[in-house]
Design a binder for this molecule. Structure first.
Ligand SMILES: Nc1nc2c(c(=O)[nH]1)N[C@H]1C(S)=C(S)[C@@H](COP(=O)(O)OP(=O)(O)OC[C@H]3O[C@@H](n4cnc5c(=O)[nH]c(N)nc54)[C@H](O)[C@@H]3O)O[C@H]1N2
Ligand SMILES: Nc1nc2c(c(=O)[nH]1)N[C@H]1C(S)=C(S)[C@@H](COP(=O)(O)OP(=O)(O)OC[C@H]3O[C@@H](n4cnc5c(=O)[nH]c(N)nc54)[C@H](O)[C@@H]3O)O[C@H]1N2
Ligand code: SF4
Ligand SMILES: [Mo]
Length: 860
């Protein structure tokens, strides 16, 4: 393995014209110098663009001297509506662009065997040979069944909008384009989708007075970090209280008013107990629940919402004392058990109340290891902070005022019952009437994705390799990344009637980053793999052809921005350098393949459709560069001249009060005759019935119906705090993972890391965070070599003792311990903790369960 690595490096070094590997800094400047040598004269520029090192899309201003990057700074113009400041990774972006380890020419594998210990025996090939080889294969497969070509992306979906990849494959005829959401955030977004018909929400931090954060780590990670960190800090400055639930003292918990070290996986019980306290106290927003949500809908004994003959849900009308659809003359009742057409019916709210009979704060104390008195106090503080029933007048508009918000990112969602966990948080917010209220939780365009409210398609046989929206993962609208390799290993077992032959990986090192990665790598040997990468990642190591990409500092794109509360914006990314004068990026690779597979014009039509381009659209019969497409997209989104984009790279507008507070749930759900926000997720009940029917009809053996049923309940229950990964008695520790502020996912850390040596432990290598008292009892000191052993794997690493973690939990940050022989030695440091993580995906959303494993810990 070692000699393989050296040989490989020799190749890379020769390709890049690099001579020495002694220390990184001189090399980087050497690369930078060579990039400037062709330039003429001294030219200092500041170019505005958008960072895409991680997923936050911060505005940056890049200083170049003679075309070489000398500094990356935050773009002050975006501060008012987007990011204020940038993070260490963003400011060090040039380290990756000029990195000598970058791939520089297409490589072809000449060893047909793939494996960890197999030398791929790379040979350099021309771009022409690379494209013609790939296209020949695609053309052959296209004649048989285009679905056999699979495109996987991770960070690529942020570098280049999914629309491009989906349009290309729609034109080609394969449904298999898979992003990374189920490795990332699928269950949070699906919980939101099931509740108000579209993904995403944020706290309304200009007005929030109390924030309950269930493990969003915005001072180190999160996808809205540079918006949240500033706005949380600012709100705290005016007195907002922040309470962070996290088994580990994250930086976000460290900067909060209170840290609640909840037992991993049990937040749902804590939230249910808080809900019970609030309901018992009567501190809930009854008018909100009745007029915006389906809490007052009548539910029959099978858990189905009872409807009128016309299909309108029935409520109990307190005026006529009868079950009626919610029309203007009807006053819905929130609680109670009634008889409807001879059968017993309860309101959805009553079903919830009854289900919480025993979920007292004392019970929650046992489960979550948080004192009952704390849970009660937090529930009361939250209800008090919410000022239920109050209004506020902003710019002449009288608005609901509920300055108390819940939030999470992966803390409760990277879990087997991630959807249910976060649904419990959303229910807590509904109880105070805080959704879209001033200071509460702001939704993003509710009801834009109606399919979330419908019974799932529950496809069988599945159409897609990742089984998305099939009977296996009924609401996995965002794809099931980690499922790909498993179903690839045995497509028949899942009813798939085709076997994929070719996989593209564009900016993802998924096999390395998933839980139970062993399974991922096994299947990679079965297909012809084209990997589009910056570096020789582990996935690239399994490639048949590896194509070098350019970085976000070198390419064009109509950048996505993250929606933020109170503003709308558009941004572009523009190249500031091309360190190695490389010719292609994801965009041009797809374009070339579209031409060579004869689908270019169909691709163009699909692009017009996906981007909703009407007047100023792409014309068929010609080629486009990325820049030309960005210009067209910019026009269609902003109606502003492209010169504005080139100068500012960003256009942001504050929303007026009406747009901000009255266009969301207020217009979609309020009052009689409208759809209702789903306090009670009845679509899960009807979908479960369909699952059951499909399983019986097709005699599907690999679905555990009891587990499906538990996952797909219409309301969260205490059993959702007992994931399969925790049902192991002989493993005393919970194992959780987390991100650190100076590292992005695997592969992407290869330059920044050695520079960070001064940060000490956990910068160049990760450690096993263990509670100091626990460690001392076990004879463990700082630096003691330990083994973390779970049901699926063992990993060795150094102990790091801290008071900032629960006594029964160990935490290890991810994206360390890379083993690709094509990556520099320093990336091999630390632990590849994923090897020990169990993968028990969330049934509803397909989300991977990263933080639900139990383990033992012992000295080497
Ligand atoms: N234990 C544990 N595991 C986790 C997590 C966790 O918290 N704990 N987090 C999970 C999460 S949230 C996610 S999103 C996944 C991410 O998992 P990954 O799929 O590994 O991450 P990506 O960022 O999608 O892809 C990383 C690859 O993209 C390459 N890359 C970066 N920039 C470019 C570019 O410009 N062009 C090209 N072609 N390639 C590029 C990098 O070199 C790297 O090899 O990991 C998950 N894994
Ligand atoms: N620096 C940096 N920033 C990033 C990324 C990165 O890799 N590096 N990745 C980006 C991406 S793709 C994503 S998805 C986001 C993720 O952003 P976040 O979700 O904010 O970050 P994570 O570190 O994945 O995990 C969240 C927290 O959950 C805690 N946790 C674990 N188990 C539990 C539990 O049972 N209950 C509770 N309450 N908390 C728990 C962990 O200790 C951790 O602090 O970050 C984005 N930003
Ligand atoms: S938070 Fe992400 S997008 Fe923002 S500067 Fe850091 S790496 Fe770049
Ligand atoms: Mo993620």
């Amino acid at each position: 393995m070692r000699s393989t690595r050296r040989d490989f490096i020799k190749t890379v070094v020769a390709l890049g014209g690099m001579a020495s590997l002694n220390g990184l800094m001189p090399l980087i400047s050497a690369a930078a110098e060579s990039a400037t040598s062709s330039a003429t004269g001294m030219s200092v520029k500041s170019i505005k663009t958008t960072c895409c090192y991680c997923v936050n899309y911060c505005g940056i201003s890049v200083k170049t001297v003679n075309g070489t990057i000398r500094g990356i700074y935050p773009d002050p113009a975006r501060a008012a509506v987007f990011n204020r400041g940038i993070c260490p990774m963003g400011s060090a972006g040039a380290f990756n662009a000029y990195n000598p380890y970058r791939l520089k020419v297409p490589l072809k594998r000449t060893n047909p065997n793939k494996g960890l210990n197999e030398d791929p025996r790379w040979v350099e090939i021309s771009w022409e040979e690379a494209f013609s080889t790939i296209a020949a294969r695609m053309n052959k497969i296209k004649k048989e069944d285009p679905a056999k070509v699979v495109w996987q992306t991770g960070h690529g979906q942020y570098l280049m909008n999914m629309n491009f990849m989906e349009a290309f494959f729609a034109a080609f005829g394969s449904p298999n384009v898979v992003g990374r959401a189920s490795e990332c955030i699928a269950s949070r977004f699906v919980a939101e989708g099931l509740t108000w018909g579209n993904i995403s929400c944020l706290p309304d931090l200009d007005h929030t007075n109390m924030l309950l954060n269930f493990g969003s780590n915005y001072f180190e990670a999160d996808q809205w970090a540079r918006w949240l960190d500033y706005n949380v800090t600012r709100a705290r400055g005016r007195g907002m209280k922040v309470v962070v639930m996290d088994p580990r003292l994250s930086n976000s918990a460290g900067k909060a008013d209170e840290w609640i070290p909840v037992r991993p996986g049990t937040d749902v019980v804590m939230i249910l107990a808080m809900a019970k306290v609030m309901m018992d106290d009567g501190t809930i927003d009854i008018p909100f629940l009745n007029t915006y949500t389906n809490a007052s809908n009548l539910v029959d004994e099978d858990g189905l919402i009872i409807s009128s003959g016309e299909g309108d849900p029935l409520v109990w009308d307190s005026t006529s004392n009868s079950a009626r659809p919610f029309t203007s003359d009807v006053t819905p009742t929130l609680t109670g058990t009634y008889t409807v057409e001879g059968k017993t019916a309860r309101t959805a709210y009553q079903v919830f109340v009854d289900s919480l009979k025993d979920i007292t704060p004392e019970y929650a104390e046992e489960v979550c290891d948080i004192p009952a008195a704390t849970i009660t106090r937090l529930a009361r503080e939250f209800a008090k902070a919410a000022r239920i029933g109050s209004t506020i007048t902003l710019n002449g508009q009288k608005l609901r005022y509920r300055p108390a918000a819940v939030y999470t990112f992966r803390g409760v969602t990277a879990k087997e019952f991630g959807v249910q966990n976060w649904r419990s948080g959303l229910i807590l917010e509904m109880l105070i009437g805080g959704i879209d209220a001033v200071g509460g939780v702001q939704t993003y365009k509710p009801m834009s994705k109606g399919a979330f409210f419908e019974t799932s398609k529950c496809e069988y046989p599945p159409k897609r390799m990742d089984l998305a929206q099939s009977v296996y993962y009924p609401y996995s609208f965002l794809g099931v990344a980690q499922q790909m390799q498993r179903s690839m290993s045995d497509p028949e077992a899942y009813g798939l009637d085709y076997k994929p032959e070719m996989q593209f990986f564009y900016a993802t090192n998924r096999s390395f980053s998933c839980a139970e990665p062993q399974k991922q790598f096994e299947a990679l040997s079965k297909t012809f793999n084209v990997v589009i990468e910056l570096f020789m990642s582990e996935t690239a190591w399994y490639g048949d052809i590896v194509l070098p990409d350019i970085t976000y500092l070198e390419s064009w794109h109509l950048s996505q921005t993250r929606w933020t509360v109170g503003a709308t914006h558009h941004a572009i990314r523009q190249p500031v350098t091309n360190a190695y004068n490389l010719p292609h990026d994801g965009f041009s690779i797809i374009w070339e393949l579209a031409k060579r597979t004869g689908i270019r014009d169909r691709y163009i039509e699909q692009l017009n459709e996906k981007w909703g381009l009407k007047e100023n659209k792409l014309e068929t019969g010609r080629d486009y560069t990325a820049r030309e497409v960005v210009e067209i997209l910019w026009h269609s989104k902003t109606k502003k001249d492209f010169s504005y984009a080139l100068e500012h790279a960003f256009l942001g507008n504050h929303k007026n009060t009406k747009e901000r507070y009255l266009s969301g749930v207020e217009s979609k759900f309020k009052g009689p005759g409208k759809s209702k926000m789903k306090f009670y997720a009845d679509q899960l009940v009807t979908s479960m019935a369909k699952v059951q029917e499909t399983v019986t009809k097709h005699e599907i053996k690999n679905i555990d119906l009891a587990n499906h049923k538990l996952a797909m309940l219409p309301l969260p229950v205490r059993e959702h705090a007992k994931p399969r990964g925790h049902q192991v008695d002989h493993m005393p520790f919970y194992l959780i993972t987390y991100k650190v502020s100076y590292r992005y996912h695997s592969g992407a850390n290869i330059s920044l890391n050695p520079v960070l040596r001064s940060l000490g432990k956990d910068a160049t290598e990760n450690c096993i965070l263990i509670n100091r008292d626990t460690a001392i009892k076990m004879g463990i000191r700082d630096g003691t070599m330990l083994v973390v052993e779970s049901r699926i794997g063992k990993v060795k690493g150094k102990a790091s003792l801290t008071e900032g973690i629960r006594p029964d939990t160990v935490a290890v940050s991810n994206s360390y311990g890379q083993w690709s022989p094509g990556l520099p030695e320093h990336t091999h440091k630390g632990m590849w903790i994923n090897q020990a993580l169990e993968s028990n995906s969330d049934v509803i959303s397909g989300m991977e369960s990263y933080n639900d494993t139990k383990c033992k810990v012992y000295k080497v």
